[in-house]
Write a protein that binds this ligand. Structure first.
Ligand SMILES: Nc1ncnc2c1ncn2[C@@H]1O[C@H](COP(=O)(O)OP(=O)(O)OP(=O)(O)O)[C@@H](O)[C@H]1O
Length: 665
């Protein structure tokens, strides 16, 4: 830019600036003329403040000559950069002005505060006195954080939260008049007494009155008010079997017509036999017919045995169910060892059984109903709109309503387990109706709340029999047989179950123990109570052999039963004093059921777990997760303890090697 151009621009700038300042001064004069008086009335110092602002405006404008000198602004005679300052000034003078939005063309309008003097005065009088200070906000307060258990309980099934907790030490004498026993008929009470039962155990005191208590629970023929289902969690050996056998016997023996009225589903054949025995003992002389279906005979044979009355539901049931079951006489269904059975998807048995207990629905949404001639017809479900009135209408053709339907009983489900599943999906698969939970659980400590107890169940911290003493022995893998021999001999054990991880290791261990015993016999170093009789009990054996062996063990002809987990659930042999986990269980449920074969019905019992060194960390963490590590004490066995057994043991090992090398060659 040359000098001449520069001076012309500067001149223009100066002119524009002058014009702008003059226009601004005029505006200010006008404003002052209209509002000065009102300002003087409302507050002092406003004028001074305003002056300050103005001067600051001016300073600002001076400090921005480029903007002010911009020809665009100069042509419009408007000082745009100064505009945003206006609301600030007005807020202090007139609240009404402050609230007014500023238009783009405000410069053309007469300013609001340029009202005549009288109006301004009136406005000032009406204006509320401005507050001296803004009201202070309440300080933010933080509510107490919810407790850990409250958080953990969130989202849980309501039925679980409302569970009834039962003290495991509660017992009620059979002769008393408490609800738990007064609802049981004299006949059944006499029978129980004959069986040596004089008190009701904790789980029985809770479940029996619930099932026998009111007519709703007893009757399944109340389609609009069916009984509630129940889920029972109680420790091993706490008497869950009688908790359902007694009420079922009471309810079913009142029925005159014999037909399949209840179904008990169990996971193994041995358990089917055991539960059948309990039913037969309790229901003796009551006319109850008890059938079993264990898949041992042909389907037709088992079907013929079970059914006199051929209802469609039964066909479905037998067709589908190859898992073992005990069927006794309408659909009151008991699932014992519920968690295992639910987890087992064998032949989709659960869906099949559930379907068999409901009227079947055709794919078009019609229900197959039975008409008077016992033929099956696909009829649309009536809408059930006051059907009683339809029949009273004179001359109306017959309309099929739900009054014409065959009255189907509802199905009540009773679930029992020492390790009841908390898996919501699995529980949901059972279609439970308004389930009532009973939890028999030892209190962790006296101060533990109901929430904490429920949490224990939810977190699978299963309750153990209070009479159980637990130990673990950490050792090298190769030393396990020797450790077992030491335990058996040093403690004079005669009634024990020894659990291994497979049928194969069961038979190998039995061989070794047998060789050991025979060598001890011949070397003459046996002490007088020796002569341990050991047998294997695993899936390698046929059903008949297993039954014989079990009988011999019960009669103590066999001292030690080396077994796979086949026998770990439900089997009730009262004299089992020791349970040895020769191979440590890999999950807590398995541990609970194994050790639960001893310390039953209030008796004492010992559980020993041999833990290989490399497994020790896992085993301990499993116990810790179940909040049970403190209950399992460590037992140490020294080399010195083992030394006397060594000669016989080495001889037994040699014999075993011989046998296996011969069978492999
Ligand atoms: N009220 C009672 N009085 C005396 N003994 C009882 C009583 N109730 C049950 N028993 C006995 O207690 C033992 C254990 O009962 P049961 O087999 O029903 O236990 P459980 O809770 O089903 O155990 P598990 O979970 O291991 O199957 C059985 O021998 C049974 O006869």
């Amino acid at each position: 830019m040359d000098n001449a151009t520069t001076s012309t621009v500067q001149k223009d700038k100066t002119k524009a600036k002058k014009r702008y300042l003059k226009a601004k001064k005029d505006r200010r004069k006008k404003r002052k003329g209209g509002s000065a008086h009102a300002q003087a009335q409302t507050r002092t110092g406003g004028e001074h403040k305003e002056n300050e602002d103005v001067s600051s405006d001016e300073e600002e404008e001076d400090s921005q000559p480029d903007v002010v000198a911009n020809p665009v602004y100069a042509n419009h005679d408007v000082a745009e950069p100064a505009e945003p300052k206006r609301p600030k000034k007005r807020r202090r003078v007139e609240p009404e002005v402050v609230d007014t939005p500023i238009d783009d063309d405000e410069q053309e309008k007469p300013p609001k505060d340029a009202l005549d003097h009288e109006t301004a005065l009136n406005l000032a009088r009406k204006s509320p006195t401005p507050p001296t200070a803004l009201p202070s906000f309440p300080l933010p307060s933080r509510p107490d954080a919810p407790s850990k258990s409250t958080l953990a309980l969130q989202g849980l099934d309501k039925a679980l939260i409302e569970a009834e907790l039962v003290d495991p030490l509660r017992t009620i004498p059979l002769e008393g008049d408490a609800d738990a026993v007064s609802l049981i008929s004299d006949k059944t009470r006499r029978r129980l007494k004959d069986l040596g039962i004089s008190t009701m155990f904790a789980v029985q005191t809770a479940v029996i009155p619930f099932l026998l208590g009111d007519s709703t629970q007893r009757s399944l023929y109340l389609p609009y008010n069916p009984p509630r289902d129940i889920c029972v969690s109680a420790p091993t050996g706490s008497g869950k079997t009688l908790a359902y056998v007694v009420p079922m016997t009471e309810i079913l023996s009142a029925r005159v017509v014999i037909r399949l009225r209840a179904l008990v589903v169990l996971p193994t054949r041995d358990l089917v036999a055991q539960v059948r025995e309990t039913f037969e003992a309790v229901a003796k002389g009551r006319g109850l017919k008890i059938g079993t279906a264990t898949g041992q005979h042909s389907f037709a044979h088992e079907q013929a045995q079970l059914i006199a009355d051929k209802s469609p539901g039964l066909y479905n049931l037998l067709l589908s169910l190859e898992a073992c079951l005990t069927c006794c006489l309408t659909f009151r269904k008991v699932i014992d060892e519920a968690d295992r059975l639910i987890a087992q998807s064998f032949q989709d048995w659960l869906a099949q059984v559930l379907a068999a207990t409901r009227p079947s629905m055709a794919s078009d949404g019609t229900a197959h109903l039975v008409d008077a001639k016992s033929t099956y017809t696909g009829v649309h479900y009536p809408d059930a709109l006051a059907p009683a009135f339809l029949h009273q209408l004179y001359g109306t053709p017959h309309i099929h309503t739900d009054l014409d339907e065959k009255k189907e009983p509802s199905c009540q489900k009773l679930l029992f387990s020492a390790t009841l599943t908390r898996d919501p999906a699995k529980i949901a698969s059972l279609n439970l109706r308004d389930p009532k939970y009973f939890v028999v659980q030892g209190q962790a400590n006296e101060t533990s709340s109901k929430e904490e107890e429920i949490m224990d169940l939810v977190m699978e911290k299963f309750s153990m029999p209070t009479t159980l003493i637990e130990h673990m022995i950490v050792c090298e893998s190769s030393q396990k047989p020797l450790m077992l021999l030491h335990l058996l001999h040093a403690h004079g054990v005669r009634n024990a179950l020894v659990f291994t991880k497979s049928a194969e290791s069961t038979s190998r261990l039995v061989r070794l123990l047998e060789f050991f015993e025979s060598i001890r016999d011949t070397t003459g170093d046996k002490d007088k109570d020796l002569g341990i009789v050991v047998r294997a009990y695993s899936s390698d054996l046929g059903a008949r052999d297993r039954r014989t062996i079990l009988e011999k063990f019960k009669s103590q002809e066999i001292h030690i039963l080396v077994c796979s987990d086949l026998i770990s659930r439900g089997i009730d042999i009262s004299h089992v004093s020791h349970v040895v986990s020769y191979d440590a269980p890999l999950d807590m449920r398995k541990y609970v059921h194994r050790v639960g074969r001893t310390a039953r019905a209030g008796r004492t019992g010992d559980a020993w777990t041999l833990v290989e060194e490399q497994e020790a960390r896992y085993f301990k963490s499993m116990m810790k997760d179940a909040d049970h590590l403190g209950a399992v004490k460590r037992m140490r066995i020294s080399e010195k303890d083992l030394a006397p057994l060594m000669p016989s043991y080495e001889g037994a090992l040699d014999k075993l090697k011989d046998v296996y090398s011969r069978s492999n060659s």
